[in-house]
Design a protein around this ligand. Structure first.
Ligand code: PLP
Length: 481
């Protein structure tokens, strides 16, 4: 660190700036309720505040930190604000922040076991812990044929699962020869758009993704899935992949995984289960029903970066048969050859996802699990579910609002009894207060408001405030619809 003190920070300078950075983040979190949850800047406004050219010589840290407040904060949508109820949460926590800090400080690149054995072995170990923590089938643990890896996102997990499924269905020929037949993939109309992106990227083609109809609670209909697979097979196409969702983005619907798994087994399709949001709930035994059928899934993913206090990015991706994933994604150029890889005794995680390089993400998950313990993580999930259930009760007993989907966990889908335009206006006005932020979806063609409880610092008073703002704003807008 002192090789060129005129150029680099000395340890003492780093310490001082580092403490100031931690102070800045701590203060930000303390004062977060001062800011409007949704950023109010116009497009281009942040760039206009930045100098056109980079500085010719280095600047003092006071100036750099000052710009965080003056330039950056106005353009922040405050995902960690307790009034953030949009999309799904991306809840962060101090232990995870510290994990990322240490990961950055170590600066290791864990593409191979040999490039930092602890980076690989901690990841394998923590992902095995997660198998127990979430009550996942033991087949996903690394001591058998399966195993887990941290991906950046659920989108990448789904892509990797699909690539392995495609390879397996072609007898591992498509990587070498290209896609020479019409593979087909299946998911529900309510699945996340990452499935559509994956089929495009994997060369299967969007036109070969079948969006299966859902039942009246927005879960995939197994009879329609089976019919679609049969129709494609009869037409000479090659059905290869099903992505079932546990906790859909629109409404947190849970596809009937046991029945879907039965169909996949009968027709020889790869079953991936996307539990990006809802999967974290399984830390509580009373929510483990969401894992029903997983024992027959080929792959599974869940995002601690959504609902398990682990800063973005952290997706836990599991496969039942790691050999098929590794065979799909492994390429070994001469410059990466090493004894450990050749011994076959280690995992090289570069073979488990698309990028070669990878940072030490397991640290933050490890810190989170150790700081909170199982009991703390359960408390965190139960708290949010309780708050969402309270909100559900208020909506259900209010004559002006109605629930639009079952709310088994922490997402509530509801609307005012006015028309779509009214609900859209209501959402805009409530968000314009800056005190809360909700997003919307469409269910059965109707505009629906979503309240996703999941902030690290969200308390009952914040959910009560959201409800009060919704009711008062609706009354002020005097619906005619
Ligand atoms: N799957 C589901 C069910 C989701 O809700 C989401 C995001 O909300 C995703 C996948 C995509 O998540 P990621 O940003 O990790 O790719």
């Amino acid at each position: 660190m002192t090789s060129d003190p005129g150029l680099h920070m000395t340890p003492e300078e780093f310490r001082r700036a580092g403490y100031a950075a931690v102070d800045w983040v701590a203060r930000y979190l303390e004062e977060i309720e001062r800011f409007p949850v949704l950023s109010r800047v116009e497009p281009g406004e942040i760039r206009a505040r930045l100098p056109a050219e980079p500085p010719a010589s280095g600047e003092p840290w006071d100036a750099i930190f000052g710009d965080l407040d003056d330039v950056i904060i106005p353009g922040i949508t405050h995902w960690q604000a307790p009034g953030f109820f949009g999309y799904f949460p991306a809840n962060a926590s101090p232990p995870a922040v510290l994990g990322d800090l240490v990961s950055s400080g170590l600066g290791v690149q864990g593409m191979l076991w040999a490039t930092s054995p602890a980076c690989t072995e901690l990841e394998t170990h923590v992902l095995d812990w997660m198998v127990g923590l979430l009550g996942l089938p033991r087949r996903f643990a690394s001591n058998g044929a399966g195993g887990g890896v941290i991906q950046d996102t659920a989108s990448s997990a789904t892509l990797c699962a699909l690539l392995a499924a495609r390879e397996q269905a072609s007898g591992y020929a498509t990587n070498a020869e290209g896609v020479d037949r019409r593979f087909t993939a299946y998911t529900s109309v309510h699945a996340h758009s990452s499935v559509e992106k994956a089929v495009a990227v994997a060369g299967i083609g969007r036109g070969n993704l079948r969006l299966i109809e859902c039942d009246d609670v927005f879960a995939m209909r197994p009879d329609r899935l089976e019919a679609a697979i049969r129709e494609d097979a009869a037409a000479g196409r090659v059905p290869c992949f099903v992505s079932a969702t546990v906790g859909t983005t629109s409404s947190s619907a849970v596809d009937p995984v046991p029945a879907i798994a039965e169909i996949c087994a009968r027709h020889g399709l790869w079953l991936h289960v996307d539990a990006a949001y809802a999967g974290s709930a399984a830390v509580c035994p009373e929510f483990r029903w969401i894992n029903d059928g997983l024992e027959r899934a080929d792959s599974y993913c869940c995002n601690p970066h959504k609902w398990l206090l682990t800063n973005f990015d952290c997706d836990c991706f599991y496969v039942a048969d790691r050999a098929s994933l590794i065979q799909t994604l492994s390429v070994l150029p001469e410059y990466l050859r090493n004894q450990a890889t050749e011994s076959g005794a280690v995992f090289d995680y570069r073979d488990w996802h698309v990028p070669l390089g990878r940072r030490f993400r397991a640290l933050k998950l490890w810190f989170v699990i150790r700081h909170y313990g199982i009991a703390g993580l359960q408390r965190h999930i139960r708290h949010h579910v309780e708050l969402a259930q309270a909100f559900t009760g208020w909506v259900a007993t209010d004559g002006d609002f109605e629930l639009m989907a079952p709310a088994p966990l922490s997402l509530v889908c509801f609307r005012h009894r006015g028309d779509d335009a009214f609900n859209e206006r209501l959402l805009q006005e409530v968000n314009a207060t800056g005190k809360v932020f909700l997003t919307h979806t469409k269910l059965n063609g109707r505009f629906v408001l979503r309240l996703a409880v999941g902030g690290t610092y969200t308390e009952r008073r914040h959910v009560e405030l959201a409800w009060r703002l919704l009711r008062e704003t609706a009354a002020a807008l005097a619906p005619t619809g």
